[in-house]
Design a protein around this ligand. Sequence first.
Ligand code: TP9
Ligand code: MG
Length: 573
Amino acid sequence: MSRVSTGPSTQPTTAHALLKRLREHGVEKVFGVVGREAASILFDEQDGIEFLLTRHEFTAGVAADVLARISGRPQACWATLGPGMTNLTTGMATSALDRSPVIAMAAQSESHDIFPNDTHQCLDLVKIAEPISKYAAELQRPREITDLVDSAVTSAMTEPVGPSFLSLPVDLLGSSEGIDLAADHGPARTPAKPITAFQPGWESSADEAVALVREAAHPVFVVGAAAIRSGAVPALRALAERLNIPVITTYIAKGVLPQGHELNYGAVTGYMDGILSFPALETLFGPADLVLTVGYDYAEDLRPSMWERGPAKKTVRVAPTANPVPRIYRPTVDVVTDVLAFVEHLDAGTRGVAAKSRHDIAPLRERIADFLADPEQYTDGMRVHQVIDSMNTVMADAAAPGEGTIVSDIGFFRHYGVLFARADQPYGFLTSAGCSSFGYGIAAAIGAQLARPGQPTFLIAGDGGFHSNSADLETAARLGLPIVTVVVNNDTNGLIELYQNIGHQRSHAPAIKFTGVDFVQLAQANGVEGTKATTREELVAALRKGVELGRPYLIEVPVAYDFTAGGFGALKI
Ligand code: TP9
Ligand code: MG
């Protein structure tokens, strides 16, 4: 039921119709920052839609991305004209490159005054949005708003899922002309899951894949997030278990199998051999003779060069879109279809096939266990693997089985998170694989905690990334979200220091070094309790306190990296 706000006019306006249709599509939250269009929209016009004010539009975009990703429904973000929109673009680029069905909206100048780059705060919003969205349109007539929302949702929910954009001139937003909330536009018809491409005859390609699986001695599944979006996780798990096929994932598909599952061979990053000083990629992929990339998406940063270890392998690419990068990845068999449809086809085609003999990765597992157990008390700061191991310990106790979320901002620590952070459910580990904008963490943690109330959310962020967007700590505090944040502080953009070392064999301070920020005081200034931890014991105790608190909590941990140790000299980018 919609409420008509009292005010100068009691007529329903475009704003009412917009929010009503968004709600019919399942949108629950609009994150954003409102400007002078407040004269035309209050955001309380529609029951079931809540506006959440953020400090920065980037935060709004990312929070919408994460809530949409976890809920599987479109969610929305909002910016005012001009600079509001330009601030929003990194959030939109995140949902474009990370694949999330976000409806991004911005106010625009009055329809008679749209002269981009001449009118005050007026930019060509549709042109700005076009290269980073699936659909971008400006409202021309109020009565068309419902159709525009429908187009935006359908495009956003088509693989590769991503953001759609609506530009809303403020005069039209407040106009009642032609708006009739009772008019029958038909049901919203939100796709129940993303719309995919089906190549005609995909079943015969899938049969070729079945034949390859039958022949293979050591097949592996490499799983991307499109498998999660298609609802294929339970069927894929059952198939992997029946055929004893290990599962390796991209950063953002961690949790397809629970952390401790024997077939969970982990997520991979190009930094892993360097971090572990161990031939991890060789151990994971070397013995495999067939790589089945299921829900494969190049944007998730798992490159064919990572599995091209050991003897030549056959490959199967299963994806809901045609192959956009044949120059990079030309599979033996390409199956363009819904991932769940493929998994069911493979399941039916391999009935009676004997379980495979899985290749052994015990040496890698031992290396990881040793590495994480590292008891040393370093005088120059903890090591990030010790921090993540502590977070895993507390998460295991704090979360019910199959629950909990660890969010990672972007920095060098993120690759430790990819490798070691606990993830017991799909999207139990969240990071931005495709866009990788630093500052993602606090925004993603807000989205995750809203999506999973009652489950613990831990955030790991670096000093560089966290303080690029730390104003939204106040948002987490205002919303009372019990996010436990760990800021790993080296007063440096550490990942970039690594690259300086790689490129120049030395680092150069002006481009990477900060003067210290007191993150505990920063937290307190934003209404968040905080503490410093310098040892495993202190950190575990602080994490436990954070979990019990039921409000946001921040722990600052001084850290250092050992760039000159390990295998970073051999890092290939
Ligand atoms: N600007 C944006 C918006 N995003 C990215 N990713 C960059 C620049 C380039 N990356 S990852 C990183 C940069 C500058 C530094 C991260 O530093 P940190 O203190 O957050 O983490 P750490 O542990 O690597 O020092
Ligand atoms: Mg840092």
